[in-house]
Structure formats: structure tokens, C-alpha cells
Design a protein around this ligand. Structure first.
Ligand code: KG4
Ligand code: ZN
Length: 369
């Protein structure tokens, strides 16, 4: 492994994210120096279907990616010809959506003759915190237990050091954000539902309705959220869709159960592993109750909590750039150019697996970042 050359000028890189329904591009000129971040959300397109429609997602990534990249370069005040490396989400995610990003990155990489690296989307969520924590939270430190929680993922990751992490638990059914979105749909509150339920819950009584805490005390580090969603569905069947204060109470009761499981499992894993630092990232990490509960329960145990600012918790390309930056820096320092490698979308790539053979990711030459 060639270490980062001390004193070598940090390169200017472009990062691209298109794994789900956000087309995003960012420019970084240092490991924690973000010059621009543009996120084009397709949420309005998918809302009427109550969830992400994969075919529509890829088509709209194709329509948006040129403009989004151009806007990021413009905001950063950088010409495409000044880029020295490109990072792109290679997986996991929707195959067609990922392909738009990887093909665009390869095309631009070949045109500029600069190295392109494939990034794991969840490593991106984890490394978002390297760009700085939200106000009131601790900086990212290692080793840590990372709760990566979004509409597509709910995973607990043991991050030993930058670039070296193992998934220790995951949801066996719905992701936590998916549970929020499904409950919101049942209540007629639309998609996505996390922020709406978060706001409603703020004025509700979390103890008003008894809700299950699925797998809270079993299943190791794995999660399950479909039973919680079903409990809400049964409640609605028996009592009808609530209005007024009863709606606030239902949102608060659902949210309390979801957050308690997430916090309990995260802190339980930290205790077992003897780790004194936890990180929460992904769209659900925007949740105010989750942030507050994690902070309160962790600080009682002397554990520090890092949460990125909300704009870096939801899908974005800045986090992809942050994850790839040290690798790209090393490549640029070595004088690497674009290589005709098989960088390809890897929809099922797991965070603790080496990249599939067709994802060219030099981090896995056996060395950490
Ligand atoms: O990370 P993200 O933008 O996309 C995925 O990779 O899924 O996360 C989106 C998810 C959605 O399920 C949304 O309902 C949820 O994050 N979310 C929230 C909040 N804000 C967004 N869930 C709970 N509370 C919130 N405040
Ligand atoms: Zn995500």
C-alpha cells in the first residue's frame, strides 16, 4: 500500500450517487472538504405510486445526471478538465438506477483519463460523518458501531477503522424507513412518511397505544419491523384512522417502539464489543426522537454519538466522495489514469464482502483506506 504522500496536494474529485431515487453529484477537494453538493430528488415522480418505481427511477436518472453534474461543477467553480478522479456508487441499490451512475462515471473518466472507483452505498452513509457531525453531536471516531438506517436499509455495522467494516446485523424484513413509509401510507399521509410521522409524533403521547418492540431482546443484532407495521394496521382495523390528538398519539407510539429497538440494539452491540462510539446515518437518522433517544441513552453509558447533518443523512453524493477520497487520493498520488476495468453496477453487494469481481475498487487490494 502506498501511503498518502504527506504534503501532496489533495486532488479535486467528482462523486456521483444514483442508487435509488436521488440523482446526486458532489465535488470535494479534500477528505473533509466539500466544495459542492447537488441532490435532485425524484420523490414527486414516485409519490403517486407510494414508493420507488425502479423503471421510472433509471429513466429519470438518465434525464437528470448531466445537469446535476454540471450544476455541482458550477457551484464548486471547477471545470470538468480540472477533475482528478471520480467516485461512483456501484451498489447496493436498483440495478438500472446504479447503471446510470456507473456508466456516466466511466464515460467521463475515460474522456478525462482519470481514475474511477466504485463505492458501497452504505460505506457512503457511514463516511458522511467524516464531513462533520450535526450540531450537538460528536465527531466520527473509530472503532464505532454504525446504525445505518434508511428506506432501503437497516444495518448495524462494526467499523474498525476507515475502510474496514463488517455488517453485524440487518433487518430480516422491512427497513425502518420502509416501516415509516408503509404506516404513513395506511394513515393516508403519503410517501415518504418519515418526516411527516416525526412531526406528528412530536405532539403525541408515546405511551398512548401499546406497540410491540419486535426482536428487541432476541435475534442478536438483527432487526424486524414488519410486525410493528402490522400492529399499526390492526389498530387501524379495530379503531379506524385516527384524527386530531389520537393521530399524534398513534404516530408517537409507533415511533417510540421503532426508536427503542434501534437504540437498544445499537447500544447493546457497542457494549458487547466494548466500543464507546456510535454513529447513526441514513434517512431515518434525520428523526428527532431517534437522535434524542440515542444521545440520552448513550451518554448515560459514556458512549459518544455521531450523527451527520440531515442533508448528509439522506442520499447524497458528498458521502460517496468522502468514502472514496482516501483511495482516490492514493491513486492520484501514484499517477493512476483511467483504466479499462470492468466497473459495473453491483446491486446485491454487501458491505463486508469484497466488491464483486466486476467492481473495480482498489480499496480491496487487501489494504484499508
Ligand atoms: O437515505 P434515504 O434518503 O434513502 C434511502 O436510501 O432509503 O432515506 C429515506 C428514508 C425514507 O424511508 C424516509 O421516510 C426516511 O428515510 N426518513 C425519516 C425521516 N426523514 C426521512 N424517517 C423517520 N424520521 C424522519 N425525520
Ligand atoms: Zn441511502
Amino acid at each position: 500500500m502506498t501511503p498518502l504522500t504527506p504534503g501532496a496536494r489533495p486532488p479535486v474529485i467528482l462523486a456521483i450517487e444514483s442508487s435509488c431515487d436521488e440523482t446526486a453529484a458532489a465535488v470535494l477537494d479534500g477528505p473533509d472538504s466539500l466544495r459542492a453538493s447537488i441532490v435532485h430528488s425524484q420523490v414527486e415522480i414516485h409519490r403517486r405510486y407510494g414508493g420507488v418505481v425502479p423503471e421510472l427511477a433509471s429513466r429519470n436518472h438518465l434525464l437528470a445526471i448531466d445537469t446535476v453534474v454540471a450544476e455541482a461543477l458550477q457551484e464548486a467553480g471547477v471545470e470538468a478538465s480540472e477533475l482528478e478522479g471520480i467516485a461512483v456508487t456501484a451498489g447496493p441499490g436498483l440495478a438500472g438506477a446504479l447503471l446510470v451512475g456507473t456508466e456516466f462515471a466511466k464515460g467521463l473518466g475515460a474522456a478525462l483519463d482519470v481514475p474511477v472507483v466504485g463505492v458501497h452505498h452504505l460505506e457512503g452513509h457511514l463516511r458522511a460523518a467524516a464531513l462533520g457531525p450535526a450540531e450537538g453531536f460528536a465527531p466520527l471516531t473509530y472503532p464505532c458501531v454504525a446504525l445505518l438506517v434508511s428506506g432501503g436499509h437497516t444495518s448495524l455495522v462494526h467499523a474498525e477503522r476507515p475502510g474496514v467494516q463488517h455488517e453485524i446485523g440487518r433487518t430480516l424484513d422491512d427497513a425502518a424507513g420502509e416501516a415509516y413509509d408503509k404506516v404513513s401510507k395506511e394513515l393516508g399521509l403519503g410517501y415518504p412518511g418519515g418526516a411527516v410521522l416525526d412531526a406528528l409524533a412530536a405532539d403525541g403521547d408515546p405511551a398512548a397505544i401499546a406497540m410491540p418492540r419486535p426482536m428487541m431482546h432476541k435475534g442478536g443484532d438483527d432487526f424486524s419491523f414488519s410486525g410493528l407495521k402490522t400492529a399499526v394496521v390492526y389498530h387501524l382495523r379495530n379503531h379506524g384512522v385516527p384524527e386530531g390528538q389520537a393521530l399524534h398519539d398513534l404516530a408517537a407510539s409507533f415511533q417510540e417502539a421503532a426508536c427503542e429497538v434501534l437504540v437498544h440494539k445499537t447500544l447493546g452491540a457497542a457494549r458487547r464489543l466494548g466500543i464507546r462510539s456510535v454513529l447513526v446515518s441514513g434517512g431515518v437518522a434525520c428523526n428527532r426522537r431517534l437522535r434524542a433517544m440515542m444521545l440520552e441513552k448513550a451518554s448515560r453509558r459514556g458512549i459518544s454519538v455521531c450523527v451527520p447533518p440531515p442533508a448528509l443523512c439522506t442520499d447524497n453524493a458528498a458521502m460517496i466522495g468522502a468514502a472514496a477520497y482516501p483511495r482516490l487520493w492514493r491513486h492520484v498520488a501514484r499517477g493512476a489514469r483511467f483504466a479499462e476495468h470492468g466497473l459495473n453496477a453491483a446491486p446485491g453487494w454487501r458491505i463486508d464482502e469484497p466488491p464483486p469481481a466486476d467492481v473495480w475498487s482498489p480499496a480491496w487490494e487487501g489494504d484499508p483506506i
